[in-house]
Design a protein around this ligand. Sequence first.
Ligand code: ADP
Length: 468
Amino acid sequence: MQSFKMLVGGTLVDGANSMDVINPATEEVLATCPRADTKQLDQAVAAAKAAFPAWSNTSIADRQRALNKMADKIEAHAADLSRLLTQEQGKPLDNAAAEIEGTVAWFRHFAAQDLEATVIEETEERRIEGQHRPLGVVAAITPWNFPIILMAFKIPPALLAGNTVVLKPAPTTPLSTLMFAELVHDLVPPGVLNVITDANDLGSALTAHPDVKKISFTGSTATGKKVMESAASGLKRFSLELGGNDACIVLDDVDPQTIAPTVFQHAFQNSGQVCIAIKRVYAPTSIYDELCDALGELARQAIVGDGLEQGTQFGPVQNKMQFEKVQGFLDDAEENGTIVAGGDVPEGPGYFIPPTIVRDIKDGTKLVDDEQFGPVLPIIEYSDAEDALAAANASPYGLGGSIWSNDIDRAYELASRMDSGTVWINNHTELSPGVPFAGAKQSGFGIELAAEGLAEFTQLHVVHVPLR
Ligand code: ADP
């Protein structure tokens, strides 16, 4: 069995304790992995703090070079990383490979950015410029749905800006992050990047640590609120990418057969465990039956299985807790709607739930109002697009959303009134490192990616310079 170590102060170390990591497709132990205690957490933060003065004084060219070397290293080990990611997370191997490929692109994107001072005002008398100074130790906390690419939302911009980092992955998917740590550990000076793993018990100690100056968190809204609380006492900077309940509003001019495969993919990829997946579909009466039938047919054809098996399109739900939670949504679907396809959970082993399409369900039910984060999709009938938009906007979440129409002007008008951080027209879930990503309402706080996201890893430092 492969062994895994944490990275603390430049050294690969064992945990004070260890824990098992389960393959969700087989429910067998995939590997044992280190489990840090609070002493090791303190050591990681202390190492990051000690490394900060020198790292923040390196040239940006040095830091860009380090990020490119990390990208090269990830790329060179893409096959092993993908396989491990599939085994611990559950996603099909080609999806895991795409995640690793995206990670390489994300690192390269940030390696190509700079942080030059901007001139805010320049006259004969004075120049005022905005410099971007690093913050110090960044705590980067990632979830279990996309452990590697979500790490790449945080580590490259944090390091490029001159910060040092303590990274903590989720306890059910720590292995690919530990492999990443081992691959890149000697590409930056000791202490610049630290990686610790826990059993879901160190997050609050890390975020509350007085030497952590910025928290970059991706996870659930409930945990995000706790992070916000622990940031308060030290007035720490923080960015939160949280849950969503993205609505997809289909207008009456589309051909349901044409859009169904794309809508299906954006709802069920990664078995629905995507913060910006389509989580509810609003369809007009005129095409409601046809769309439900088309999505149902796709669900029946879907190949669900172990992500390592060739041909698998959808893997298991990632962990037991989520598996049980999603079954609660299936119960709600049976009670308050009609299951068109899917719905039967096979006997184990493996946390498998087939893609499930639910019709005749209304706003106000658990499946429509709450975030299912799994492969169960409600289709809600509407007669007036304004009502669908109002229902979409009534959610406390506001991460993404989409409008589907052949009439782009009409779609654009509705999209502009959708209360979410991102809206797509005839698309969904697409992100790229140069486009800012932010959640409205209870889906987040702050911005990730692009220049705006990079700026959040810095303190704006305004310098007034007299010119005579
Ligand atoms: P889920 O409930 O789906 O597991 P979480 O939002 O709780 O999602 O988990 C996302 C990440 O946050 C994980 O790495 C987890 O260990 C970490 N975490 C859990 N509790 C806390 C906390 N109180 N403060 C900071 N991070 C936490």
